[in-house]
Design a protein around this ligand. Structure first.
Ligand SMILES: Cc1cc2nc3c(=O)[nH]c(=O)nc-3n(C[C@H](O)[C@H](O)[C@H](O)COP(=O)(O)OP(=O)(O)OC[C@H]3O[C@@H](n4cnc5c(N)ncnc54)[C@H](O)[C@@H]3O)c2cc1C
Length: 450
């Protein structure tokens, strides 16, 4: 379908939710609709301030390479723009001190270079680009409250806003995040909910910002220390624009990192490597610590929904909300938007065939992200839910991979390509790779450089 290029009257699409999923969706919709309106209940200011309904924006967000690549394709020059605004150019191997399995991963230079920055800075930069697209309108302070329907409730024809006004549309994209607000509105029309998978991990973040100076001396730009699963502890330090660090201490399976600085430092010191504690000890704290709890991975299998109206789709966390420690949320949203664009390209109208095509294609990348995240979460003994078959075996193999990646550049790059979502997990399962992993992992953890 291409109402824009057909020169016809052009339909209107409405995206509810102007966070990362909604912005990516608006970009692909702008190629197919004469008018795209993106609404959000938050005011959408031009500064990078935090948003009340995106509380996770105060926590570290790593944009994986899959997401970086798509954003640059949709908004040429956006990566340079982020660097110009203070984002740190970052090679996920070369510049990342990643300590897991008792030692640091080796750090070869790779093709996976992208910006690291605060989530609000990324979002406002992308939002500005979206606002400049022809035919796209952004409206903040506009909570959606329901839908308008036609054809006896079988077709969505618009969105009702809280001020009593309405927006007509041919296609409604629900990008309202984990709560997926439109499912409640569809329920009122008699539609059922999609089958949903839930895996409870109970992850707690406690993050604080610090001024980033020269100390501690380092040859890396970001660090993560992943404790053995029994410790249920990990931590990361990512550079933010404005010469800042954000340091997150993370507890899994209900482990609660302390909020006070002395307790936080002790938590960081309890980890396998002192790098995060050293960053905290050497840097001036700015502001207070902020917590965030993530209870469960949640995947709505929209591709298996028996009935839903035409002119309606879901995207982003509304489809799949993943344990954030794996950093896949924004990239998964971008991959879903890519699938949405492809489905629009292949469809004549926004009918059921279009929706099925989109849901099926998006389910492909969602399934990979789900298996990686949930599989890794099951390494922690308190994780609850349906364990994908073979998870324990894969996790034992992944322990060997993290050991081999401490010695071997090729294994480390493969591991990072999967972590960066540019390759599927099978990439680590080719026979030559398995043999290499089994051989090299026998060396045990790498010695930490003095
Ligand atoms: C602690 C934490 C850390 C994370 N770290 C990473 C990371 O390192 N890397 C990564 O890629 N991802 C990370 N994520 C995930 C990432 O934040 C999300 O996947 C990403 O924001 C995409 O979400 P979304 O756009 O679907 O929904 P959200 O970001 O939740 O946005 C939903 C939007 O919908 C709006 N909305 C809701 N209801 C209405 C309504 N009725 N009317 C109008 N607007 C409405 C809200 O105001 C909001 O703007 C992390 C998440 C958490 C919780």
């Amino acid at each position: 379908m291409n109402t824009r290029s057909s020169g016809g009257p052009g339909g209107r699409a409405v995206v509810v939710g102007a966070s990362m999923a909604g912005l990516c969706a608006a970009r692909v919709l702008s190629e197919h609709f004469g008018s795209v309106t993106v609404i959000d209940r938050d005011q959408l200011t031009t500064d990078a301030g935090r948003r009340p309904h995106v509380p996770q924006g105060r926590q570290p967000h790593l944009l994986l390479h899959a997401g970086t690549r798509l954003l640059e394709g949709w908004f040429p020059g956006v990566i340079e723009e982020l660097y110009a605004g203070g984002a740190t150019p970052f090679d996920i191997c070369r510049d990342f001190y990643w300590h897991q399995g008792g030692g640091p991963l080796i750090r070869p230079a790779t093709h996976m270079v992208g910006p690291v920055m605060s989530r609000p800075f990324l979002e406002t930069t992308v939002r500005r680009r979206v606002a400049n697209l022809p035919g796209v309108t952004l409206r903040g302070g506009a909570p959606a409250e329901g839908v308008l329907t036609g054809d006896h409730g079988t077709r969505i024809t618009g969105v009702r806003l809280s001020d009593g006004s309405a927006l007509d549309c041919e296609l409604l994209v629900d990008a309202t995040g984990r709560q997926a607000r439109s499912l409640g509105w569809l329920k009122e029309l008699g539609y059922g909910e999609p089958p949903t998978s839930v895996v409870t991990v109970d992850t707690h973040y406690v993050s604080r910002i610090y001024r980033r100076g020269r100390r501690p001396a380092r040859d890396w730009k970001a660090a993560a220390v992943i404790g053995a699963p029994g410790t249920r502890r990990l931590a990361m330090a990512l550079p933010w624009e404005g010469d800042r660090w954000i340091v997150a201490l993370v507890g899994v399976n209900g482990e609660l990192p302390p909020m006070d600085e002395a307790g936080r430092l002790a938590f960081a010191r309890s980890l396998d490597s002192p790098v995060i504690a050293d960053v905290m000890a050497a840097s001036e704290p700015l502001g207070t610590a902020v917590g965030h709890r993530f209870v469960a991975n949640q995947r709505r299998h929209v591709e298996h929904m028996r009935r839903h109206p035409t002119g309606w789709v879901l995207i982003g966390d509304a489809v799949c909300s993943l344990d954030p420690v794996h950093g896949q949320g924004m990239s998964t949203a971008a991959l879903q938007a890519e699938a949405l664009g492809q489905a629009l390209q292949q469809s004549r109208s926004v009918d059921r065939t279009f929706a099925r095509r989109y849901f099926r294609a998006a389910a492909g990348s969602v399934a990979v992200a789900w298996s990686v995240t949930v599989g890794s979460d099951f390494a922690y003994p308190g994780t609850r839910g349906k364990k994908p078959p073979g998870t324990d075996l894969i996790n034992r193999y992944m322990n060997r991979v993290t050991l081999a990646a401490q010695h071997d550049e090729a294994v480390c790059v493969r591991f990072s390509e999967i972590a960066g979502m540019v390759r599927r997990p099978e990439w680590l399962l080719t026979p030559p790779c398995v043999l290499r992993v089994l051989r090299l992992s026998r060396r045990g953890p790498a010695r930490v450089p003095a």
